[in-house]
Design a protein around this ligand. Structure first.
Ligand SMILES: Cc1ncc(C[n+]2csc(CCOP(=O)(O)OP(=O)(O)O)c2C)c(N)n1
Ligand SMILES: [Mg+2]
Length: 377
């Protein structure tokens, strides 16, 4: 006989009992990074140093891509400034050999844990090269997704596939507070709960969806609270605290691999930069709000923690920055050395171009001096 009875709600309390909380937000580091709150997770110092290296690299790469856009050499760029700890902390808790990462559009520069190919592909993408939308076999990262929330069902597909095959992996999907208002999120989370699939929903609450503040995004008390409706835990974590993000994602991963199903993680952070290179946040972000978040900078905070333990100093910082610039130099040089046809953006969307797009492509080719029908470089 079919089981038609529904059970009791799943509590988030047991997911990360060791972590300290401010209100309902799990934290490991104080705002200034100098105090470890509660009993911190056991992360080896070398691992924490590697996390800071990755965060520095993410910021440098994002700043460089921003500048390249201003020089007319790169396309629109969505900066990661302020959100580095969410992505680096989460990725550090994953196993690149098995676990998939499904990003929105801000995260690729911070996924160095998944190999240097990720930054290379991000640069190709920024150059408008179709290969920027593909990752080589073995790199378990999906390309950027601009169509809000469309990546969320893909993550469940990956997770469910691994569940059916008995693979020891999870899929972690990043999506914004804005993306969480799309039907794709609700439909996927509902189905994920029913299937008990090994998927981690990492909702990046950065305060804004372009110019829409979170207060206009939802009337729910928190984004994490929505998990109750899907029958799995929802937790809030300080997204500017890489160690807390690490701990919460590690716990969610353990849960998923034990067959206990999905977790919704709301990473509470702040978008310190513009939405993209095409945005002017001064028109809508209150200066005092941005100022308040500057004091919680995720890189300064982890650095202060490591410096207090004599694991980091100015020299180590200089090395991290220099290595970051070299990584970006290499990735960008490889991208610029890869020819991209000026009309490539007409490909890869439709199997057959509509008459209007065919006419536009012909016009572009004519303007660029190529003959209609011939690819132009
Ligand atoms: C389906 C869809 N609707 C609207 C847009 C336009 N759009 C691009 S980014 C964005 C805001 C997204 O905000 P959020 O999900 O919070 O991510 P964040 O940019 O803050 O990282 C919107 C509305 C889009 N890309 N796709
Ligand atoms: Mg947002």
């Amino acid at each position: 006989m079919a089981d038609t009875m529904l059970g009791t709600a799943v509590s988030a309390e047991s997911l990360v009992p060791r972590l300290s909380r401010t209100g309902d937000v799990h934290r490991v580091l104080s705002d200034d990074g100098l105090t470890v709150l509660g009993s911190a997770p056991a992360v080896p110092d070398s691992e924490v140093g590697a996390m800071l290296d990755e965060m520095v690299k993410a910021r440098v790469a994002s700043d460089r891509l921003f500048a390249l856009q201003r020089q007319g050499r790169a396309g629109t760029h969505p900066p990661i400034h302020g959100q580095e700890a969410v992505v680096v902390g989460a990725a550090a808790a994953l196993d690149p050999a098995w676990d998939w990462v499904v990003p929105q559009y801000r995260e690729l520069v911070a996924l160095g844990r998944y190999g240097s190919k990720v930054l290379e592909r991000a640069c190709l993408y920024q150059r408008g090269h179709p290969e920027g939308g593909h990752f080589p076999a073995g790199v378990r990262v999906f390309p950027s997704q601009i169509s809000l929330a469309a990546q969320i069902p893909h993550a469940l597909g990956l997770a469910w596939g691994m569940q059916l095959k008995g693979d020891p992996g999870v899929a972690l999907v990043f999506f914004g507070d804005g993306a969480s208002s799309e039907g794709d999120f609700y439909e996927t989370a509902n189905f994920a709960g029913v299937l008990g699939a090994p998927v981690i929903f990492c909702l990046v609450n950065n305060g804004w969806a372009i110019s829409t503040p979170v207060s206009a995004q939802t009337a729910a008390p928190t984004f994490a609270a929505k998990a109750a409706a899907f029958g799995f835990p929802g937790v809030r974590v300080d997204g500017n605290d890489a160690l807390a993000v690490y701990a919460v994602v590690a716990a969610a991963r353990e849960r998923a691999l034990a067959g206990d199903g999905p977790t919704l993680i709301e990473a509470v952070t702040y978008r310190m930069g513009p939405h993209t290179t095409a945005d002017d946040p001064k028109r809508y972000v209150p200066a005092e709000e941005r100022e308040a978040w500057t004091a919680r900078d995720p890189i300064a905070r982890l650095r202060a923690h490591l410096e207090a333990g004599r694991q980091w100093d100015d020299e180590r910082q200089a090395r991290a920055e220099s290595a970051a610039h070299t990584a970006v130099d290499d990735a960008w040089a490889a991208a610029e050395a890869t020819p991209v046809a000026a009309d490539a953006f007409f490909e890869h969307v439709y199997a057959e171009l509509s008459p209007r797009l065919q006419a536009q492509r012909a016009e572009l080719r004519a303007r660029l001096g190529g003959e209609d029908g011939a690819p132009c470089r």
